[in-house]
Design a protein around this ligand. Structure first.
Ligand code: GDP
Ligand code: MN
Length: 383
């Protein structure tokens, strides 16, 4: 789950990372009221989950109520690369001497945490990485060891931050790493991390991605949930308790097991189709789960055919087939369905499906043939 900047800053605060005082506003009047409380000058900041808000005109300094009114009016409703601004964050403006960059994330290939610090902050870090990769200091961190102050200091020195920023930056890095680990984030990023003319270091922006797998131990995340920006298909899938990821193709996919669901997406691509989604219905394939899965896929207007790919293990083939048949009795499906059923008692399952076969429902014995048929039925070109 991605957080908005203001939520990320709330999260940072819990770990003692200094941020500017501020408040949210959903209307121009609220923006002015918040600015009065916070004290001028303020920054009016668009809350959308996309970077480069500054360049897009979504971040403006204001010295008076009139200026807040003007900027808030302009920014609310603004479209920033497909994200419409519904909420503002108004914070007390900081004086900036230097803008740095700091982040922690997972390096999946190295199986380690990765810390990155740069003296070239404020701008697009991808651009820095491309044009001046040496300007980003990197440190791999063993999750079982963690990050101590000495290691954080090493990172700050390697990044060549100004000497007067060193102590503040080290302190923030140690806290940011705690936020990353104890806060169960996949990414914590501060860009810019600033040095003020009077020598303080603090976070001027916040990007936090929480690891949804850890939600069970964070009841406090519920407050973020309500505001989460979800694709409507993903929202429905979550409501139904399904492991669903929306993609932008035209072949709907249902499979049991994350590995099989991923392979199914790959095979559809391989034969020239485009998967509309990833959907793992897990171990069982009851009528209930299957009906929920079909219902979610059915709401996706881009879907022109559905490919159900089930490998029976503990769940036997005839149970799967009965589940599919029962589900079809519950949900009216717009698209033709191709089923590949294999594994335990596949023959029994296929026999059941054969009784229901039509030009809207067919069963094929192999994954590649089924993927091809589904792609053809969806009007795609196969190879
Ligand atoms: P982003 O463009 O979406 O990354 O939004 P940021 O929150 O990082 O803001 C973009 C830029 O606006 C920063 O790099 C700063 O240069 C500027 N900015 C943001 N807040 C302040 C502030 O309090 N004071 C000043 N002077 N500039 C700010
Ligand atoms: Mn930023």
């Amino acid at each position: 789950m991605d957080l908005f900047e203001y939520q990320g800053k709330q999260y940072f605060s819990r770990f003692g990372i200094p941020v500017s005082p501020g408040g949210v506003a959903d209307t121009v009047d609220e923006a002015v009221a918040t600015a009065e409380k916070v004290g001028y000058p303020v920054v009016v900041k668009a809350q959308v989950q996309v970077g480069g808000r500054g360049k897009a005109g979504g971040i403006k300094l204001a010295d008076s109520a009139d200026e807040v009114r003007t900027h808030a009016g302009n920014i609310l409703g603004m479209d920033i690369r497909g994200h419409v601004v519904k909420r503002l964050w108004i914070e007390h403006a900081s004086d900036i001497a230097k803008e740095y960059y700091a982040s922690f994330t997972l390096d999946r290939a190295a199986k380690l945490h990765l810390g990155m610090v740069s003296a070239k902050g404020g701008v697009d870090i991808e651009q820095v990485a491309e044009e001046d990769p040496g300007a980003i200091a990197r440190l791999h961190i063993d999750p079982t060891q963690g990050l101590d102050e000495a290691a954080a200091r090493g990172l700050v020195e390697e990044a060549n931050l100004d000497p007067e920023a060193a102590d503040g930056a080290v302190d923030i890095l140690v806290k940011l790493y705690r936020c990353f680990v104890e806060g169960d984030a996949d990414l914590v990023e501060i860009n810019p991390l600033i040095l003020t003319p009077d020598g303080r270091v603090h976070a001027l922006d916040a990007k936090v991605t929480l690891d949804d797998n850890a939600a069970f131990r964070h009841p406090e995340w519920d407050e973020f949930r309500g505001l989460e920006v979800l694709d409507p298909r993903e929202a429905l899938a979550r409501q139904k308790g399904l492991q669903y990821v929306g993609l932008d193709g035209f072949v709907g996919i249902i499979a049991n097991g994350a590995g099989l669901a991923m392979s199914t997406c790959d095979v559809v691509e391989q034969v020239g189709g485009k998967p509309a989604n990833f959907l793992d219905i897990g171990g069982g394939a009851s009528a209930e789960v299957m009906a929920n899965a079909l219902e979610v896929i059915n709401t996706d207007e881009k879907v022109k055919a559905i490919f159900i790919n089930i490998f029976g293990g503990i769940t036997r083939g005839e149970e799967v087939a009965n589940g599919i048949v029962a589900a079809l009795g519950r949900v009216e499906i717009r698209s033709p369905i191709v089923i590949r059923l294999d594994g335990t008692n596949a023959d029994e399952g296929r026999k059941i499906l054969a009784e229901h076969e039509s030009d809207r429902l067919m069963s094929l014995p192999t994954m590649i043939d089924a993927a091809r048929r589904a792609t053809e039925l969806a009007g795609g070109k196969t190879r």
